[in-house]
Design a protein around this ligand. Structure first.
Ligand SMILES: Cc1cc2nc3c(=O)[nH]c(=O)nc-3n(C[C@H](O)[C@H](O)[C@H](O)COP(=O)(O)O)c2cc1C
Length: 375
């Protein structure tokens, strides 16, 4: 087939950057990358508007046509160039709606969506950013320090706050439906509605949300809840109900949280996703992508505190494979994307602490001596 007449155009979702001496061009739509050689750069420059492949080959006169066509093939294949003999993809259409969030938030979204597989493995030295162990606290020298009165808890909220821990082992007992219901209702249910514009209402929940947009959705994967069939559910925060979306077994967690075996045994896993348009409608600047992440963090802490108050064993993890979760939930990963994973089970018998896999000693209750390295 003679493809010389096929029109091509530069993808609107490209970022170029230098790393060391190498110039790279990255598509934050397709998550593909090419070296941005002078030839690639010239081709992308000349393809700002639709042009035929032949025109582009002619305009790059100092390279022979064959090598230009070879580069064009590669750029088209990886979506750095659109071509008019192929329909616009769903991802392109969804990402176009991010408008002024691009390129910054679109780029950040693409490169941070999914944790590297095998998460707990030792990192290669070249990937260690800080070269020595940074002090965990900051202290000013030579400044007046004001001692504060000792904390006087009232024995309710502060007990829960101090008892919250991340759990990586779980008990045999299933969750009761009341426990799950309490967790979902107290964390995600709409408490009140507030009219913000003529006829437009936003939800208020037990956690704050930037602009009260509450872009975060909760999908429940039930593996061990008495009175609820195992399966995938969407929690409806307005009606405090679950919509059944299909089956689910614990095996999914090996895909959803790869390399984190300690998190593969909870009775319930909850995937938090964001419907970005809720945030984008009010906040057109990419800064609001931060707000999405912060919102998820607030919900996560509320969830952990409710679970702790119920005597349960919660965790949260950012080490999710967003692609795997989105495939299961049939989400496009752009208009709605997985952000954070939450889990909860019962507590394992005879344990009141479930440390990180590589720390067997129980945590100290007294503050450590400030090391001489601390600054
Ligand atoms: C955003 C976020 C992501 C986390 N991801 C992981 C994880 O992938 N694996 C893990 O073992 N713990 C994970 N944790 C739990 C932390 O390791 C834990 O909070 C920390 O060790 C302090 O312990 P604590 O929660 O019991 O106070 C995560 C915590 C947060 C807030």
């Amino acid at each position: 087939v003679d493809r010389r007449d096929v029109g091509v155009r530069r993808s609107p979702f490209l970022v170029t950057y230098w790393t060391g001496d190498e110039h790279r061009v990255y598509s934050f739509c397709n998550r593909t990358e090419h070296r941005c050689t002078p030839l690639v750069f010239t081709i992308l420059e000349s393809a700002a508007k639709w042009r035929s492949r032949a025109e582009i080959a002619q305009s790059v006169s100092d390279s022979d046509a064959e090598s230009v066509y070879a580069v064009l093939d590669g750029l088209e294949r990886d979506g750095l160039l659109e071509s008019n003999d192929r329909p616009t993809g769903e991802a392109e259409r969804a990402l176009a709606k991010w408008e002024s969030w691009n390129p910054a938030a679109g780029f950040f979204h693409a490169v941070t969506r999914t944790a590297p597989i095998g998460g707990e493995a030792p990192r290669p030295k070249s990937l260690v950013v800080a070269k020595s162990f940074p002090s965990p606290v900051k202290a000013y020298e030579g400044r007046t320090r004001i001692e504060l009165p000792a904390l006087e808890g009232d024995g309710t909220l502060d007990d829960v706050l101090h008892e919250r821990r991340t759990w990586r082992e779980f008990g045999e007992r299933n969750l009761t439906l009341v426990e799950l219901t309490t967790l979902l209702g107290e964390t995600f249910a709409v408490q009140k509605w507030m009219e913000v514009e003529d006829g437009d209402w936003v939800a208020l929940k037990t956690s704050p949300s930037g602009g009260a947009r509450h872009s975060i959705e909760a999908y429940v994967f039930a593996f061990g809840v008495d009175g609820l069939d195992g399966g995938t559910y969407h929690y409806n925060p307005d009606t405090h109900s679950l919509t059944s979306l299909g089956s689910a077994t614990r095996h999914l967690l090996a895909e959803f949280i790869p390399g984190r075996e300690a998190f593969h045994g909870p009775a319930v896993f909850i995937a938090l996703t964001s419907v970005f348009a809720r945030m984008q409608y009010k906040y057109p600047l990419p800064h609001a992508y931060r707000v999405v992440l912060l919102d998820a963090g607030h919900l996560s802490q509320t969830f952990a505190l409710v679970a702790t108050a119920l005597g349960l064993a919660p965790f949260c993890t950012a080490a999710i494979d967003a692609d795997a979760i989105e495939r299961h939930l049939e989400l496009d990963g752009i208009s709605e994307s997985a952000i954070l994973g939450l889990g909860v089970g019962t507590r394992p018998a005879g344990k009141d602490w479930s440390p990180m896999h590589d720390h067997s000693a129980p945590p100290a209750t007294r503050p450590p001596k400030r090391s001489s390295r601390a600054r």
